[in-house]
Structures are given as structure tokens and as C-alpha cells.
Design a protein around this ligand. Structure first.
Ligand code: ANZ
Ligand code: ZN
Length: 829
């Protein structure tokens, strides 16, 4: 065909690859492995450009390493449980399983139309019992090891919908859906003890040298390690003590009041009768504001005096006890020693309520702060202690250490490391998720702690339901409304018992799917540990940066648990993380329905073909960078591929040409262009610099056009090789086109299977100079060598030249003359 018609060739190649199993992993057991993975999608029906780009980054890399001879694992699956399908069902009564399957079907069709190199035999669907039974298995293993527990926590309870709602759904104390009041409710929930791994997860970050710094630092902040001291303040007229956590024990002498979180358990106990009404009103008000709103930066500090006093453990002086909006009950100890002279928030609070300010740390520079009354802002840096009893004159660091030791020896506190990270509550009052494998029996378990379902009874399968009756978005968790399912027998006494009606957070599913791909049919464990030895960790993981602190932290935690269980050979799931940038519309705004600037991948594939879509998206910018969509550049990518096609058609006559003699002049130029391109593109792909790889291919095509029609046998052979190299370098980006051209040129196998040839180093040196090669003073050849080549190297290249060999055949070398940068002469006789 003279014209490039992608629609006529692309499906054909996709079918052929599939039938030949080209992308099946595990076919090269002796070869080094690469596990290349993209974050699995939530199947939302339609694929968007963000997906296209995400998967291409992995795909180009996977194809490249397949060509380099690696055993490549490149799988794909579906994060199939989740809210959108359930919310849609509440609206229209279509069962989430039905909707999810439809979505998967259409999503998969779109994915396939782009020609990705997936090993579909390993496809995973997290909503299938074959998959989620292992979530349940993990749950029970972790329960036995104390890594799962049941706790009470405060939730937002909508008094209208009679259900728990998320913080984001609470607007000024009312439910955004039904506008009924939202109240705090203590509710039991299941949690993973991820904080047991806080330090390990933090230390592990140091080893993740190939993760973006942005992501590791977000995780570091999220874990939020803080070294400090816990100190006990006794309460005047009471036996109780208030324990505070501080990172600045050196400022203890400057503490002028103590603050409790509004929901601290001592509030009721310490509050004096005179202050009770005011305190109650404050506590009630705080309960109606979500914690995030209460403590957000910039929110005005407010508080109330309890009427009580606490005793400073070092000075013995009494200080008033207050409550304030910015003190959190679930960080540290939920209580703070306030040092307004040296802490900004405390300073603001003290000035507002007229509380004393006392300077106890002077700047190390020697500058003197004014007395507390005249201070204009808190001085928060370390320095030298003043007015601090026996600690006066010490540096902050030294004082912190000494004060920590003293509190410990006196039994009034101790040095303490605190983490901001919380345990992961994963109970969801939802239907479309993994049932939590727990049974409650009133007789064997009167405290309702829950008993695990025996392992041999797994999976606990989601029941069939009358969608409209069960998925209403109101009332108890949906599964509680299915008596035939909830009512069961106790594993211990066989009496009547009830199943846990909550399901697991879907982040559980994505914690270990990367390991399920290794042996997706395995039914003795979540995956085959032997396969894990071969394939883990994931070499390259590609996905959106928005998963920095949830998914990417959870699955690191889970990997450590899998190691504990003897399943995973590694501590960390992923060696190299690539977070791709956003695809914006031509208007520079993120593609979304809201802005009406969405370009559907299917429309680009229909108009230009998958190869153009692929080439454009990879050419538009480095993987990590955002880019704005450009129709002109799509056209540009299409024109480029048409030029490739035309070039191949023009030179079709050279297919199969070979040449045994020397390559020089134009023939040599063609070969040099080809090998340079091979080197440049290969190196760029390895660096994930796909745009420069494509730029290299484009320059190469221009060079081949400029070199014109091959005439001599050498030129024809060089051009045949050059076209083959073109198909090689284009295969990761435009695989269909490449295979079509290669086939027309006589290739017997897919380009990706034939491999990525080594470039010839002699052909790629840029700084080469010509040497005249003489035999007995007569010019026999011209060779090109690096300008800085040593005599021996030049001689070796000259001796290797066919014409020189012929001229010297049968003769004995008498002398070798070397004139640097000009000529060599073989004197023979
Ligand atoms: C006295 C002090 C003096 C403090 C000073 C700071 C500066 P990070 O670093 O984030 O761990 N704090 C402790 N528990 C709190 C809670 N539940 N809610 C709000 N604030 C709390 O912060 C530790 C510091 O935050 C602690 O050190 C405490 O204030 C405050 F010149 O104690 B500091
Ligand atoms: Zn029982």
C-alpha cells in the first residue's frame, strides 16, 4: 500500500501479537528479569488521556527491555471494588457487579486498541472471590499477629441519612446531602496497626533512591517523626496528672499555661463549677467542627479557661489550664505545655487572652530579646537558656537532654518519639468491597470483639442482593440488611451468630495486587513465593503522584507484612517509581468534563491510529512533566509516521540487499546515521527520556531523506539496514507501523522479538577524522577513526580493511609508518 492507513494494519498486529503470546512473561527463564507495572485502574468505563500516558510510559519501557533480551513481566488488572459503582447503584438500581463488568469490558477494549504489551493471561479483578479471599486471609493472619484490631473512633454520623459520612461531606455541621445535623459518634471499627511499622517505613525511604524526592519527602512528613519529651504536670487539688508532649523541653521554665484538647478525657474532671457552663459550651461548639477545619492553618485560635491549675514539674509553680481549638486529642498526649515566648501559636493565644509571656531562651547570636511583655513575636529558634534555674546558660540541645533525663529519673516523664502517622481504619459501611471475615457470637464473645472465620471457610462471598432494597445509601451497612447472609453459625459453639456487615477499604485491594500477578491462578496462598523470588521487587512502577501517601505507603507496609509471613523476599515493593505529569487540554486546564476540554483517546485512535496517539503522547514531554494537549502536534506526529511509511515504500527495492565489501561515502553515511540513532534512542529510553528518543528518530528520518536514493550495492545494503534500524527504534512507540514495514522488508518475526541490535561503536563516534591508508606508498583505502585514536588503534582498523588486506596478501610487513592525524603506510616486501 502506497498510503499509510493505520486503521488497516493495527488490529491485525494486535491479534498476531496476542496469538503468538509475544508479551507473555516467564518465557526466558535464564534471562534477567524486568517487572514493569502501572497502577491498575478503577474501571470507570471510559479511558482518559491520563490513563493512555500512564500505560505508555510503562509500555515503551517494557517493549524496550523485551527487545534487550529480558524476561519482562508487564501485567494489567482492575481495581474493581469501590464507591462510584455503589453510588451509581443507589441511584439507578444496577448491581455494582453488572456495572463494573460492563465498565471493564469497554475499558479493556479501549486499552487493547492502543496496542499495549500486556500479558493478559495474568489479568486480575479485585472484585472476584478468587482475589478477595486473600484479602480475608491476610486479615486473619494479621489479626493473629496483632496487626489488625478493633477500636472505637469518632465518626461523623448524619442524623438524616443514618450513616457515617466523610469529613468532606460535612458542611458547617450539616450533611451536604440531606442537610440534617451531623454529630460525633463513637463507633467501633477495624484498623491495621501500620504505626508499628512507622520507623521501618521511614528508614526504608532512605533506600528508595530511585523514587522521586517529592514522594519520599511527602511520606516522611506524613509519618511525621518527632523527638521530644513527655512531662507530667500534676493538677492542683487532684491526684490526676496531665501528661504533655513537647519537642522543646528546654523551654519548660517558660511554660505559662497548659492546654488540653477540647475532647481530652480530663476536661470534665478538672473544670471548676464556676467555669463549667463556659467550658461545656466551648466543648460542644468544637464537637460540631471537623478536626481539619478546627486546626487548619490560619484558623483563629480560641479557647476557654477551665478554672483549674497545673504544677510545672521543674519549677513547682502553678499555671492555669485552658482548652483550645488547635490542640488535637489524637496527637502526642492531647495536651500541651504552652510557651508563648517561643511558639507562634502559643504567642497568638497568649496575647489574645492576656496570658503571661516569659522569655527563657536567648538567641545564640548574642542579640537580646526584650522581656516577654514587650516581645513582638515568638522566638522559635534554639539558643541559650536564661531564667531557667540550674539549666541557665546551657544550649537548647543540651538542656533538652538533661531535662529529659531528670524527668525520667524523677518518674515525672521521659524522652519520647512521637509519630504523626495514625493507624489505618479500614471499616467501610459499604456493600461493594471485601467482606470482613468476622463473626459475632453473643455466647462465646459477649464483648463483641469478633471471632475470625476459620481459614477453611474462606472466602466469605458477597451475597446476591435485591439491589434496590439493599443499596439505599441510608441506615445500617447494606450487608446488615441481608438476613440470609448476616445470620450464620458460630465457629466455636455452632450456635446462632452474626457476620460482620462492614467491608474493607478498597486500598486493601491495591496493597498486594502486584504480587497476585505473579501467579494469578494460585489457590494455596495469595501468590506463589517461588515466583516472588523471581519477580519481586517491581523494577519500575508508573502512576499518579496523588497516591503519594495512601496507596504508596499502604503497599509498602503490606510488603513488610508479606515478608513477615514468609511470602515476599523483599521489604520494599518497588525499586523505581515514576510519577507521571498531567495531560491538560489545549486551554492549559486539566482535562475534565467540567471544562469541556476532554480529548477522548478513542477519537484520536479512530482518526489517526494508535501509533500516532502513542507517538504524540510520548513526544509531548518528559514523563514527569505536565503538558497541554495540542491538535497540531498530533497532526505532526501523524505526518512523521507518514514520512516513515513513505520512506519505506520508496526504498522497498532494497529489501534484502547485502554487501560484503567496504562501506564508504554515502553508504557509510547511511550506516553512521543508523547506528547513531540506535545508540541515541536506546540510551534515551533507558533514561525514560521518551521525547528525546522520538526526536532522535525524527532527525534520523530527515537524515535518510537527505541522503537520497541508494544507488550502489553498498548503499542499497546500507539502506536496507537503515530501514530495519528504523523499525527497531520505532517499535516501542509505533509498534504496528514498525512490524508492518519490517514484514514488507522480509522480516520473519516481530521486531520486538528479534531484539535490539548492538550499535557498532566505530560508526557512532562523532569526532572522527579520515586517515589515508597506503601500502608501499600507494593509497589503498580511507578509514575513519576517532580523532584521538592511538597508533595501535589506527593500525588495527587499517589492517582490518578489506582492500588493505588484499594489497598485503602473501607479503611480509617490513615497516609501519604512522603520521598522526594524516596517514599510515604499510611497507611490505
Ligand atoms: C512546648 C513548646 C515550646 C513546643 C516551643 C513547641 C515550641 P511536632 O514537631 O509537630 O511534633 N503539640 C504537642 N501535642 C500537640 C497536640 N496534640 N496538638 C497541638 N499541638 C501539640 O510538634 C510538637 C509540638 O507541638 C510540641 O512542642 C507542642 O508544643 C505541640 F517553644 O511544646 B511544644
Ligand atoms: Zn459461639
Amino acid at each position: 500500500n502506497e498510503r499509510y492507513e493505520p486503521q488497516e494494519i493495527e488490529q491485525k498486529w494486535q491479534t498476531r501479537w496476542e496469538e503468538a503470546g509475544v508479551f507473555r512473561a516467564g518465557k526466558r527463564p535464564g534471562a534477567p528479569k524486568k517487572y514493569i507495572l502501572e497502577m491498575l485502574p478503577y474501571p470507570s468505563g471510559k479511558m482518559h488521556m491520563g490513563h493512555v500516558r500512564n500505560y505508555l510510559i510503562g509500555d515503551v519501557y517494557a517493549r524496550f527491555f523485551l527487545m534487550r533480551g529480558y524476561d519482562v513481566l508487564h501485567p494489567m488488572g482492575w481495581d474493581a471494588f469501590g464507591l462510584p459503582a455503589e453510588n451509581a447503584a443507589i441511584k439507578d438500581g444496577v448491581h455494582p457487579a453488572v456495572r463494573t463488568q460492563e465498565n471493564i469490558d469497554s475499558f479493556k477494549k479501549e486499552i487493547r486498541s492502543l496496542g499495549y504489551s500486556y500479558d493478559w493471561t495474568r489479568e486480575v479483578n479485585t472484585s472476584k472471590p478468587e482475589y478477595y479471599r486473600w484479602n480475608q486471609w491476610f486479615f486473619i493472619q494479621m489479626l493473629e499477629r496483632g496487626l489488625v484490631y478493633r477500636r472505637f473512633s469518632k465518626v461523623n454520623w448524619c442524623t438524616g441519612c443514618l450513616t457515617v459520612i466523610a469529613n468532606e461531606q460535612v458542611k458547617e455541621g450539616v450533611c451536604e446531602r440531606c442537610e440534617s445535623p451531623v454529630v460525633d459518634k463513637e463507633q467501633p471499627e477495624w484498623a491495621f496497626r501500620i504505626t508499628k511499622y512507622s520507623q521501618e517505613l521511614l528508614d526504608g525511604l532512605d533506600e528508595l533512591k530511585e523514587w522521586p524526592e517529592r514522594i519520599t519527602s511527602m511520606q516522611r512528613n506524613w509519618i511525621g517523626r518527632s523527638e521530644g519529651v513527655e512531662a507530667d504536670f500534676s493538677i492542683q487539688g487532684s491526684d490526676a496528672r496531665i501528661r504533655v508532649f513537647t519537642t522543646r523541653a528546654d523551654t519548660l521554665y517558660g511554660c505559662t499555661y497548659v492546654v488540653l484538647a477540647p475532647d481530652h478525657k480530663l476536661v470534665a474532671q478538672v473544670t471548676t463549677p464556676a467555669q463549667r457552663a463556659e467550658v461545656d459550651a466551648f466543648v460542644k461548639k468544637m464537637a460540631s467542627i471537623s478536626k481539619t477545619d478546627r486546626t487548619a492553618e490560619g484558623v483563629t485560635k480560641e479557647g476557654v479557661f477551665t478554672g483549674a491549675h497545673a504544677i510545672n514539674p521543674l519549677t513547682g509553680q502553678p499555671v492555669p489550664i485552658w482548652l483550645a481549638n488547635f490542640v488535637l486529642s489524637d496527637y502526642g498526649t492531647g495536651a500541651v505545655m504552652s510557651v508563648p515566648a517561643h511558639d507562634e501559636r502559643d504567642f497568638e493565644f497568649a496575647r489574645k487572652y492576656g496570658l503571661p509571656v516569659k522569655v527563657v531562651v536567648q538567641p545564640a547570636s548574642g542579640d537580646k530579646l526584650p522581656p516577654g511583655d514587650a516581645l513582638e513575636a515568638a522566638h522559635t529558634e534554639d539558643g541559650v537558656l536564661v531564667d531557667s534555674g540550674e539549666y541557665t546558660g546551657m544550649s537548647s540541645a543540651e538542656a533538652r537532654k538533661k531535662i529529659g533525663e531528670r524527668l525520667r529519673s524523677e518518674g515525672r516523664g521521659e524522652p519520647k518519639v512521637t509519630y504523626r502517622q495514625k493507624d489505618w481504619g479500614f471499616s467501610r459501611q459499604r456493600y461493594w468491597g471485601t467482606p470482613i471475615p468476622i463473626v459475632y457470637c453473643d455466647k462465646c464473645d459477649p464483648e463483641r470483639r469478633g471471632q475470625p472465620v476459620p481459614l477453611e471457610q474462606l472466602p466469605v462471598v458477597l451475597p446476591q442482593i435485591d439491589t434496590q432494597a439493599v443499596l439505599t445509601g441510608k441506615g445500617e451497612p447494606p450487608l446488615a440488611k441481608v438476613p440470609s447472609w448476616v445470620e450464620t453459625t458460630c465457629p466455636k459453639c455452632s450456635g446462632p451468630a452474626r457476620r460482620e456487615a462492614e467491608t474493607m477499604d478498597t486500598f486493601v485491594d491495591s496493597c498486594w495486587y502486584f504480587a497476585r500477578y505473579l501467579s494469578p491462578q494460585f489457590d494455596k496462598a495469595p501468590f506463589d513465593a517461588k515466583e516472588a523470588q523471581r519477580w519481586l521487587s517491581v523494577d519500575v512502577y508508573v502512576g499518579g503522584p496523588e497516591h503519594a501517601v495512601m496507596h504508596l505507603l499502604y503497599f509498602r507496609f503490606w510488603t513488610r507484612v508479606m515478608k513477615l509471613l514468609g511470602l515476599s523476599p523483599v521489604d520494599e515493593p518497588v525499586t523505581r517509581l515514576v510519577t507521571q505529569g498531567i495531560v491538560n487540554g489545549p486551554d492549559g486546564r486539566k482535562m475534565s468534563k467540567r471544562w469541556g476540554n476532554v480529548v477522548a483517546p478513542s477519537s484520536i485512535v479512530a482518526k489517526y491510529g494508535a501509533d500516532t496517539a502513542r507517538t504524540y503522547v510520548m513526544f509531548a514531554g518528559p514523563p514527569e512533566r505536565d503538558f497541554d494537549w495540542s491538535d497540531d502536534q498530533v497532526e505532526g506526529a501523524f505526518r512523521f509516521l507518514k514520512r516513515v511509511w513513505t520512506l519505506a515504500v520508496q526504498h522497498q527495492g532494497v529489501a534484502g540487499a547485502t554487501h560484503d565489501g567496504a562501506f564508504e561515502g554515502k553508504a557509510l553515511e547511511i550506516r553512521r546515521a543508523a547506528h547513531k540513532c540506535l545508540k541515541r534512542v536506546g540510551e534515551a529510553i533507558e533514561r525514560l527520556s521518551f521525547n528525546t528518543a522520538i526526536a532522535g528518530a525524527m532527525e534520523y528520518v530527515n537524515a535518510l531523506y537527505a541522503l537520497g536514493t541508494p544507488e550502489t550495492p553498498a548503499e542499497k545494503a546500507a539502506m536496507a539496514e537503515a530501514v530495519r534500524m528504523l523499525t527497531v527504534v520505532l517499535t516501542p512507540f509505533a509498534p504496528h507501523l514498525s512490524d508492518e514495514i519490517a514484514e514488507a522488508y522480509g522480516a520473519k518475526d516481530f521486531v520486538v522479538t528479534q531484539g535490539w541490535p548492538e550499535f557498532d561503536p566505530a560508526l557512532v563516534v562523532d569526532d572522527v577524522i579520515p586517515y589515508a591508508v597506503q601500502v608501499n606508498g600507494k593509497l589503498r583505502a580511507e578509514i575513519r577513526v576517532p580523532a584521538d585514536a592511538a597508533e595501535a588503534d589506527v593500525r588495527a582498523v587499517a589492517e582490518g580493511d578489506e582492500r588493505v588486506k588484499a594489497a598485503m596478501a602473501g607479503k611480509t610487513l617490513r615497516k609501519f609508518v604512522f603520521v598522526p592525524k594524516r596517514l599510515v603506510n604499510f611497507v611490505v616486501g
